[in-house]
Design a protein around this ligand. Sequence first.
Ligand code: ATP
Ligand code: MG
Length: 404
Amino acid sequence: MQYSEIMIRYGELSTKGKNRMRFINKLKKNIQDVLSIYPQVQVMADRDRAHVYLHGADYQPVAESLKQVFGIQNFSPSYRIEKSRAALIEAVSQLMPTIYQEGMTFKISSRRSDHSFELDSRELNQTLGDTVFRTLPYAKVQMKKPDLELRVEIREEAAYLSYETVKGAGGLPVGSSGKGMLMLSGGIDSPVAGYLALKRGVEIEAVHFASPPYTSPGALKKAQDLARKLTKFGGNIQFIEVPFTEIQEEIKNKTPEAYLMTLTRRFMMRITDRIREERAGLVIINGESLGQVASQTLESMQAINAVTTTPVIRPVVTMDKLEIIEIAEKIDTFELSIQPFEDCCTIFAPDRPKTNPKIKNVEQYEKRLDIEGLVERAVAGIKISEITPQVQSDEVDDLIEGLL
Ligand code: ATP
Ligand code: MG
């Protein structure tokens, strides 16, 4: 028998009273985005569960995709059965011998949303339990924690059988906590920061600063590919490319070496905040981690943060590099992150950046610059694109083979 649908149970959102439907609709949209790489798959969601109809698509890859989506507690692949007593008996007697192992206890759990069905749930349990005994005379029933729970659901359109439960990613549906701007470089830390924000339901838009011709198209593509890696947790991501060349040249020409980094970072923060405001984001998220590099001392963080009162979330701030790398490997961004492409910050990086920048000095140096004009021109020049999940390369091979 082939799985025809996957029944999804919601996670933490069950507790969120009247926002429930909004949460569910977010999750439904996210699942649709993530599964958009399987064109025939269809997603439905109601108050209690969501349903993914496979329409012939392979169960395994779809399940792998679903396992990553935040907001899902667990899910069960199910067989669609014709809605009749005879068909159910036939299906149970076919299925049970393939999944039952000697010594196991079992239980049938039926529920029906179609109350016009010929058997009620108690009668269903009874009838199908008898079927099991007829097929497997030694099988033992156990109501509490049986080894095998065969679930039967009678819905409007058909009956469904399922027995497996696969653990989901947990967390909250992406977007259910509002939107934040993720400052996404090409490094190891910011994609991990983005992932952790997604986990708690923050929808992210990726803001990436590029300084062509000092930074290459390859560096830009790397950041976009990293954003694409993040789409598997909650769907499409808006990618915002900010032209940063003019600002970096201007700072380089007019600022003492030791303060280049601080001023550069303050501009990034101002611009990200401006974009956030225009696009109704609530917070800024970045990959700052304490003490890794000179720009990430607490003094430096304070000087950079001073340009805004918007909350800045730093999910990896207290993690060790190895802890961050462990997550980067888990979410499959590590290999991409360590590819050598020049970042706009490394190109203009001074040999010895100030580890304890003084705000008074910073403000003094910034007087030499047309801050408002520079910020405005950068914001006016942003390019926005929507990043969508991508079919894995081996799936592409299959697709091409299928077309030939
Ligand atoms: P990462 O590994 O994320 O690059 P890092 O350890 O290299 O971080 P920095 O280079 O000092 O640290 O950057 C700190 C944070 O500033 C980054 O995590 C990121 O959020 C932001 N940032 C740095 N460069 C860029 C950029 N070109 N575009 C967008 N954000 C950036
Ligand atoms: Mg970096």
